[in-house]
Design a protein around this ligand. Structure first.
Ligand code: FAD
Ligand code: PHB
Length: 382
């Protein structure tokens, strides 16, 4: 078959790109190595910037989001037994929306009418440095195209197909992970709480008024089965400020997983007729809630550039990589800074802990510092 843009990966980046291009009359096909059910079952992001919401509106997939998402005008930082509210609305005039990545993915899948090939085996991308790229999969399937969009996440095949001398990778790994739990229990608080505690970081998030999502910093050496629900709840309670700990409603977990934390950027994001977008090109630690939102801003730049190309203007495609990376690096900085501020780093000793507490105290007392935090959290403009 032949399409204009072959998209590898059916996560939020690939699906949103497909939707925006199809709306503009550009034919696409999506090739995904997993099943639809598997993709929909992955519990990941929960916080959408207003720019991401606007892009989903533009893509015509925001009706359920508007009905079901929770608009959050602030969140709490908790440390030394106190809670400091970061009033996003007052500081920036903007808010964020709590709506699960699973729901975004479902809305995009439901809207898509163009071809999607799921459970594709041996996906490979070819000839993207010449003028005639194509994608192959299964025994004998082939998609000819003008462009390939590599939206296949961190472990995908697209970035890995670029010759090593054409790409530079920047990476930082962290010596801990996030143990996450999903439970059908009312959230401990109306807004999110990011907790910096001597025993390690904790995050109280949510998916709805009846479904909670909690995370604990844990050593990378630990396995999920070492964390029965009772141990998770007991450890979370110890890290929460007293008033929150009192309100905590516990219940059986419906999902539990450990995610490693990583900062990663590939440069550039464009290789001839192959373009990387989302986690295929960069990863942030989840502390700033930026991963899905960066996938959305990449897709915004890439869809605009491809639409301009088919109208006869090639310059935006040439600018895609630099434009997307400029926003990516700022989100990398913010995510790295939030991670350093809030997690336990025993190797930094008590001096390191004092630096964190001094910075938290400074934020608590300075509107300027709160504004800097808030404008990054709600999302820098694009
Ligand atoms: P993915 O969602 O990874 O999609 C890539 C797709 O490509 C997958 O479906 C995969 O199966 C497919 N694929 C892989 N290899 C191949 C292949 N060879 N051929 C074909 N298909 C392939 N971000 C936020 O913005 N806010 C948050 O609050 C947040 N919280 C997070 C919490 C956790 C615990 C984690 C792990 C992540 C979180 N993120 C968050 C990050 C966010 O989930 C990712 O940034 C987002 O999924 C990126 O979307 P993507 O489409 O680029 O990649
Ligand atoms: C989530 O709800 O999964 C979530 C929220 C905020 C973050 C990270 C993850 O910073």
């Amino acid at each position: 078959m032949r399409v204009q843009v072959a998209i590898v990966g059916s996560g939020p980046a690939g699906l949103l790109l497909g939707q925006l291009l199809e709306q503009a009359g550009i034919r696409t096909a999506i090739v995904e190595s997993r099943s639809r059910e598997y993709v929909l079952g992955r519990i990941r992001a929960g916080v959408l910037e207003s720019g991401t919401v606007a892009l989903l509106e533009r893509a015509g997939v925001a009706d359920r989001l508007h009905e079901e998402s929770l608009v959050h005008e602030g969140f709490d930082l908790a440390f030394s037994g106190r809670r400091v509210r970061i009033d996003l609305q007052a500081l920036t005039g903007r808010s964020v929306s709590v709506y699960g990545q699973t729901e975004v993915t479902k809305d995009l899948m439901d809207a898509r009418k163009a071809p999607g090939f799921y459970e594709a085996r041996d996906v490979a991308v070819h000839s993207f440095e010449s003028g005639t790229p194509y994608v192959t999969f299964n025994e004998n399937q082939k998609i000819d195209c003008d462009f390939i969009a590599g939206c296949d996440g961190f472990h995908g095949v697209c970035r890995a197909s670029v010759p090593a001398e054409k790409i530079t990778l920047f990476e930082k790994t962290y010596p801990f992970g996030w143990l996450g739990i999903l439970s059908d229990t009312p959230p401990v608080s109306e807004e999110l709480i990011y907790v910096s505690h001597e025993r390690g970081f904790a995050l109280c998030s949510q998916r709805s008024r009846t479904r909670s999502r909690y995370y604990l910093q844990c050593p990378l050496s630990e396995q999920v089965d070492e964390w029965p629900d009772e141990r998770f709840w007991a450890e979370l309670r110890r890290r929460l400020p007293a008033d929150a700990a009192q309100n905590l409603v516990t219940g059986p977990s419906i999902e539990k997983s450990i995610a490693p934390l990583r900062s990663f950027v590939a440069e550039p994001l464009a290789f001839g007729r192959l373009f990387l977008a989302g986690d295929a090109g960069h990863i942030v630690p989840p502390t700033g809630a930026k991963g899905l939102n960066l996938a959305a801003s990449d897709v915004y730049y890439l869809s605009e550039a491809l639409i301009a190309f088919y109208k006869g203007n090639e310059s935006q495609l040439k600018a895609y990589s630099a434009k997307a990376l400029a926003r990516v690096w700022k989100a990398e900085r913010f995510s790295w800074w939030m991670t350093k501020l809030l997690h336990g780093f025993p190797e930094e000793g008590s001096f390191g802990r004092h630096m964190q507490l001094a910075e938290l105290e400074y934020i608590a007392g300075s509107r300027a510092a709160q504004t800097a935090l808030a404008e990054n959290y709600v999302g820098l403009p694009y």
